[in-house]
Design a protein around this ligand. Structure first.
Ligand code: NI
Length: 171
């Protein structure tokens, strides 16, 4: 099952600090490959492993959603090295369907991580790419974008999400 099920708001894996990857073995390579397929199928521009119910520090990003192979970025154990500036733009999340809100993020970031060959990569990003990196790194730290909203907005969004899934989701 290469395209995996995306877990949604209310499931505990989304609120957990994900574990670092100790070795890029077959399991991690398969996970990353499935994440890319899942992200493209959704369709989405970014995905973090907890969103497919795997609490590991792996993210995939592709602003072209599969149109341009050069745009695909897979990072293992990603880490934001520097952030700079501020930018407010609308954001959504495959794990929080139906909610789109303005979120303040750094305008520029420098991120490092390993590719699937274990080689360290450092990427400088601005605008939407910087935003997606911040969003996905938040995911592996157990944080959803709705946590960044004002208390009032957050309360409204949570009320809406609760109404839509009164059971709070299934494990
Ligand atoms: Ni997300």
């Amino acid at each position: 099952m290469p395209v995996r099920k995306i877990v949604t708001y209310g499931q505990s894996v989304l609120e957990k600090m994900a574990d670092p990857v100790r070795e890029i073995d077959g399991e991690i390579i398969e996970l990353a490959r499935d994440m890319v397929l899942t992200m493209h199928a959704a369709p989405g521009i970014g995905l973090a492993a907890p969103q497919v119910n795997v609490s590991k520090r792996v993210i995939t990003v592709d602003l072209s959603v599969g149109e341009n192979p050069d745009d695909l970025i897979i990072l293992v154990n990603p880490e934001l090295l520097e952030t700079d500036g501020e930018e407010v733009s609308e954001e959504g999340c495959l794990s929080v369907p139906g909610i789109h809100e303005n979120v303040k993020r750094p305008a520029r970031v420098r991120i490092k991580g390993l590719d699937l060959k274990g080689k360290e990569k450092v990427i400088d990003a601005t605008g939407q790419l910087a935003r997606v990196f911040c969003h996905e790194v938040d995911h592996i730290n157990g944080r959803l974008f709705i946590e960044k909203l004002s208390p009032l907005k957050k309360a409204l969004v949570k009320k809406k999400l609760k109404k839509e899934r009164p059971t709070g989701g299934r494990e």
